[in-house]
Design a protein around this ligand. Structure first.
Ligand code: NAP
Length: 290
């Protein structure tokens, strides 16, 4: 197998599943995570545990990051003991977190300056698809680097779409989550409305689930809102982050981001109300209490 040595930086809901899929596919996996408990669990599954991002990246053919946001990504790749400076020329850096186009473009430039290949590869799919190796990678970067890293993508996902140069995938991913966030926010308002009117909520929501508004997001998150099942698939503050990045992307091209900002406020309200460690379905809770 080519590119056998892989480092995974970030073992949250998504990165943990991705690292396990790489192990299952026979890669030589080294992991790093800020909190050591998650790294210990991967160590028990066969991964080598690194003390720093630089330690993880040393000698790796491919380094994959799955981290919270731009600030964390910047620090893990280019901060003290960052991964990038430890990578050898010819190795491939894959940034799979949902980030701004500005930051991934800057990171790509820094990678190129030291002869490291760079791909942005945000994903669609959530916790369960990461655990099952069925993510869809949205990729920006050079076709050569994609070909080199293809075995790793194949282990972690079931589809890969090459969208263009670095920055293209960030734009599409942020639009994807913009629409998801707006749907979840409007659905939370609709469910709270049904409840306040004393309707049979299951029956009322079935009209949405069976009608034109039905989407995987509406049906999946809607079911969890009705069941009050807030075990995390995707955490509330991360959707607030994505809607903020989407709003910035819209502003950058002169579009007033009214809808992204309004939806974002629902997630910020839920975070402020103590729902920050729960699934995005929990944004309905503050509305139930008004
Ligand atoms: P998560 O479970 O919250 O994991 C976040 C990761 O970032 C963890 O490894 C966490 O480390 C690390 N991190 C956070 N703050 C840090 C800091 N200050 N320094 C170092 N590491 C830090 O989130 P996730 O759901 O896996 O999401 C990861 C990325 O994938 C995000 O960009 C998210 O938007 C994106 N994404 C998520 C989904 C989804 O459905 N969950 C789907 C597509 C894309 P600790 O373990 O120490 O906290």
């Amino acid at each position: 197998m080519t590119n056998r040595k892989i480092a995974v930086l970030g073992l949250g809901l998504m990165g943990g599943g991705m690292a396990r899929q790489l192990l299952a596919a026979g890669f030589d996996v080294t992991v790093w995570n800020r909190s050591t408990d998650k790294a210990t669990a991967l160590g028990q599954a066969g991964a080598r545990i690194a003390a720093t991002p630089a330690d993880a990246a040393t000698g790796a053919d491919v380094v994959v990051a799955m981290l919270a946001d731009d600030d964390v990504s910047r620090n893990v790749w280019t901060g003290e003991n960052g991964a990038l400076a430890a990578m050898a020329p010819g190795a491939i850096a894959i940034e799979s977190s949902t980030l701004t186009g500005d930051w991934v473009f800057d990171l790509a430039r820094q990678a190129a300056a030291q002869g490291v290949g760079f791909l942005e590869a945000p994903v669609t799919g959530s916790r369960d698809q990461a655990a099952q190796g069925t993510l869809r990678f949205l990729v920006g970067g050079e076709a050569d680097s994609i070909a080199t890293a293809r075995p790793a993508f194949d282990a972690m996902g079931s589809a890969l779409v090459h969208l263009g140069p670095v920055g293209s995938a960030a734009t599409v991913k942020l639009a994807n989550n913009f629409l998801c966030g707006v749907q979840a926010a409007s659905l939370a308002e609709a469910i709270a409305l049904f409840e306040k009117h004393g309707l049979d909520v299951e029956q009322a929501v079935s009209i949405l689930f069976d009608g034109a508004p039905a989407s995987p997001m509406v049906k999946g998150v809607g079911r969890r809102m009705l069941d009050r099942d807030y075990a995390p698939h995707f955490l509330v503050p991360l959707m607030a982050k994505d809607l903020g990045y989407a709003a910035q992307a819209l502003s950058d091209v002169g579009i007033r981001p009214s809808i992204a900002q309004a939806a974002r406020q629902r997630f910020l309200d839920a975070d402020g109300a103590g729902e920050g460690q729960r699934d995005i379905a929990a944004i309905v809770e503050p509305l139930r209490k008004v």
